[in-house]
Write a protein that binds this ligand. Structure first.
Ligand code: NOJ
Length: 510
């Protein structure tokens, strides 16, 4: 084992990868008492019914209709999984899997077609009431995300997250959601993955609204989004918590950044601070505010580039206090890791100004890491362990809910790669729990195949395969669904478990 470990460790793997590879994976490991299991989806990715019953246009409707081949397969979410009509089947699948909770998101433009509180769309309210009530009938807890990337287009026309007024707009929308559903929803997530919203949508072109105003717009978005998140948190905290006793937090996308060599430790840490410390530091650190390294680097570069002030907006002291501590848990989406280095090339590789130029580092994934159907997703469970331990150590051991983790394949029911991914990541998570990380819930992404943003339907993340050619979008369990069901049922990870079933049943009590 140790010779094997030595080889692995010299190639930047960690002890946890080493342990897994050396045989520990064959033990049966148990999850702590009270640990919760779920799956996750998001409104635009599954609902369809894009203009039905009074729903108005959002930024993904707009993008995919204006530029139909913006997506890899020229697809859109007009129908997607048709969950607007098939929600009972979705709940049936949750019951088949025996899950504790289901994370889904609300469509702002379905609930508030004008974007504002002047008109509440009763059909939209009825849809979410039906879904929530159907889940509760079978003791499946709703975990509701308020914002999963589908901003009403009208608000985008007003500048979207770059407009500071969005703090009020989002606060109003959040209050209405708490009023409508707070009696039954006890788990709230304000925002999903701010980095993807701001960097990919405002500083680049890989998400709607594809503004590509580099080195400027992503930082304006980040500040407004954080204050808007805090607004929703405080509204819940002050007006609804005592009444309903729920919990509310934010979900961040958190990759692991591994130094390519010992010389690159600082570059990897700086990358971490830009990539998700940007959102974690203001909320979870003791001092609040953007990470010092971002403030310093962007201010210095802005001056040298001829700007009159830093391109990174400042929080006022009141805003720092308002945002600090505004999350009851660390909602964590995690998929993969990157290697990081910094050399002369970083000063010429990127546009100036730009986010990556500010960061001054390069990230990549070696070819020999196990890949998926998404070019950015490689299986590196050792990074998950490292990440969880870092969050524990850097932010005073917060409660962590894993709100997404998963693997993409192409179509097909035999998904051994996905099974291996889930097992390795759950194993790494159990290592971190043993190491003291306060992880209380795990959410598999995704319940079923769905619209994977600019990848369209080419990358499948589902435990259930969806037949997008059939009118009712037939859902069929993959092999991984049977394995996940057994993990949830037994509350343990057994590497030997194999299922040859092809039909799912609902176990007693679900
Ligand atoms: C993160 C996002 O929250 C989700 O919408 C997306 O489909 C998955 N990652 C997979 O890329």
């Amino acid at each position: 084992m140790w010779a094997f470990c030595f080889i692995l460790l010299t190639s930047y793997a960690t002890l946890s990868e080493c342990k897994a590879a050396a045989g520990k994976r064959h033990d049966v490991r148990h999850f702590p008492d009270g640990f919760l299991f779920g799956t996750s989806t998001a409104a635009y990715q599954i609902e369809g019914a894009w203009d039905e019953d009074g729903k108005s246009e959002n930024i993904w409707d707009h993008l995919t209709h204006e530029d139909p081949c913006a997506t890899k397969d020229c697809s859109n979410g007009d129908i997607a999984d048709d969950s607007y009509h098939q929600y009972k089947r979705d709940v049936e699948m949750l019951r088949e899997l025996g899950l504790d909770f289901y994370r889904f998101s609300l469509s702002w433009s379905r609930l508030l077609p004008t974007s504002f509180p002047d008109k509440i769309n009763e059909a939209g309210v009825a849809y979410y009431n039906n879904l929530i009530n159907e889940m509760l009938k079978y003791n499946i807890e709703p975990m509701v995300t308020l914002y999963h990337w589908d901003l009403p287009q009208k608000l985008q026309d007003l500048g979207g997250w770059a407009n500071p007024n969005i703090v009020d707009w989002f606060g109003d929308y959040a209050r209405i959601a708490f009023e409508l559903f707070g009696d039954r929803v006890k788990y709230w997530i304000t925002m999903n993955e701010p980095r993807e919203v701001c960097y990919q949508g405002y500083g680049f072109v890989s998400m709607a609204p594809r503004l590509n105003i580099q080195g400027v717009a992503e930082y304006m978005c980040a500040k407004n989004l954080l204050v808007a998140h805090a607004r929703a948190y405080h509204i819940y905290d002050e007006e609804f918590r005592a009444l309903y006793g729920g919990t509310i937090g934010i979900t961040l996308s958190t990759s692991w950044y591994e130094p390519e060599s010992e010389r690159e430790v600082e570059a990897a840490e700086d990358t971490t601070q830009f990539e998700w410390g940007q959102y974690a530091h203001p909320i979870f650190s003791e001092s609040g505010d953007f990470p010092p390294v971002m403030k310093e680097k962007i201010a210095a570069k802005s001056t040298a580039q001829g700007f009159y002030r830093s391109r990174l907006p400042e929080f006022t002291p009141e805003e720092i206090e308002y945002v600090r501590g505004s999350s009851d848990f660390f909602g964590l989406n995690h998929y993969t890791s990157y290697l990081v280095y910094r050399n002369e090339s970083v000063y010429t590789a990127n546009e100036i100004p730009s986010y990556y130029d500010d960061m001054e580092s390069m990230v990549y994934q070696p070819n020999h890491w196990d890949g998926s159907a998404s070019e950015w997703l490689k299986k590196t469970s050792w990074g998950f362990y490292n990440l969880l331990m870092k969050i524990k150590n850097d932010y005073n051991n917060p409660i962590i809910y894993i709100t997404e983790n998963g693997f993409s394949t192409t179509s097909g029911l035999d998904d051994d790669d996905r099974i291996l991914y889930y097992r390795e990541y759950l194993d790494a998570m159990l290592d971190a729990i043993e190491g003291g990380a306060h992880v209380e819930a795990y959410t598999a992404w995704s319940l079923m195949d769905n619209f994977e943003w600019l990848a369209g339907y080419t990358a499948r993340f589902g435990l259930y395969e969806v037949d997008f050619g059939s009118p009712e979008r037939t859902r069929t369990p993959r092999k991984s669904a049977f394995v996940y069901k057994e993990i949830v049922r037994s509350r343990s990870l057994d590497w030997h478990y194999e299922s040859d079933s092809t039909s799912m049943t609902i176990d007693e009590g679900h």
